[in-house]
Design a protein around this ligand. Structure first.
Ligand code: C2E
Ligand code: MG
Ligand code: MG
Ligand code: MG
Length: 278
């Protein structure tokens, strides 16, 4: 009996595995096709100054529009791109596209607008990464301070010294660097100090529970206090309610990003939204 059960399970398990493997291969083929057919696009989400509500910039967020019109979120396909060598070409496309949009916005009257892009650790480690930043900036002739890179704590794992040196090199070019999703990774406070970034993004999971859960309110508050202590600009992600905005402001948070201010929008929609801000 036990043997049959076991064999049954083993069969189920392997069928399940191969179905998943097939699914992955399909998805990978689709992703390659999407990349070449330009079905990847960027959505732009505003980042605002909390006290005044003024729009300071935007974060570029990658989207994949499938042929049947569905939109696949980046969390689902970035790991796939990572395993298949597509990270670097997609990352370079994101950089060029976001810089081009930054140029359009700047020329359209939004001087000093800041564009933040997400950089994966593979892309960051690539020797061609820093030169690519230089070319992208030269190409769109915006001020380097208008470009921001969002890195997660994972870039530093096992590479604290080289990461810190590369961040310094990037900041010397005039580009700013933000630590994304702070508090969700494994790194310690000393890593944050060593990495020497400009801006600290308070993860949405801590912001989400402000006003609901005592502990999470405490964590958001601690992260903001830590950022201020290290003289970093703090920005809270995932701000959805007026109550959260109010509390964050009270905690001394500088900037905010979230549905309360604006959803991620495709380029044309974002330009119209910006124009309506006056
Ligand atoms: P992230 O960098 O932390 O981006 C913030 C995520 O929170 C975005 O999800 C955004 O749509 C979502 N968000 C913003 N405000 C709110 C809110 O008020 N409520 C809720 N519920 N969600 C909000 P998205 O666009 O699905 O991106 C997920 C993650 O994928 C990003 O997290 C980032 O780590 C990664 N990602 C996005 N674009 C790129 C890219 O071009 N390259 C790389 N390497 N990673 C990317
Ligand atoms: Mg980000
Ligand atoms: Mg984030
Ligand atoms: Mg996040």
């Amino acid at each position: 009996q036990a043997k049959i059960l076991k064999r049954g399970r083993a069969t189920l398990f392997s069928e399940d595995l191969s179905a998943r493997a097939r699914e992955r291969i399909h998805m990978l083929t689709d992703l390659r096709a999407a990349f070449s057919a330009e079905r990847l696009f960027l959505a732009y989400q505003p980042q605002v100054d909390l006290p005044s509500g003024k729009v300071l910039g935007a974060e570029a967020l990658l989207r994949w529009k499938t042929e049947d019109g569905r939109s696949i979120p980046p969390d689902q396909f970035i790991p796939l791109a990572e395993q298949s060598g597509l990270t670097v070409p997609i990352g370079e496309w994101v950089l060029r596209t976001a810089c081009h949009q930054l140029k359009r916005l700047t020329e359209g009257g939004h001087a000093n607008f800041r564009m933040a892009i997400n950089v994966s650790h593979t892309q960051f480690r690539e020797p061609s990464f820093v030169p690519a930043l230089g070319w992208a900036l030269q190409d769109c002739r915006v001020d380097p301070s208008q470009l921001e890179l969002e890195l997660t704590e994972s870039v530093a794992i096992g590479h604290i010294e080289s990461t810190s040196a590369k961040i310094q090199e990037i900041r010397n070019m005039g580009i700013t660097v933000a630590m994304d999703d702070f508090g969700t990774g494994y790194s310690s406070l000393s890593v944050l100090k060593q990495l020497n970034v400009d801006r600290l993004k308070v993860d949405r999971s801590f912001v989400m529970e402000i006003g609901e859960d005592g502990d999470a309110t405490g964590i958001a508050e601690l992260v903001i206090a830590l950022g201020r202590q290290l003289r970093l600009v703090t920005i809270a992600e995932g701000v959805e309610s007026e109550e959260q905005r109010r509390q964050l402001l009270k905690m001394g948070c500088h900037e905010g990003q979230g549905y309360l201010f604006g959803r991620p929008m495709p380029a044309k929609e974002f330009e119209a939204w910006m124009a309506a801000q006056g």
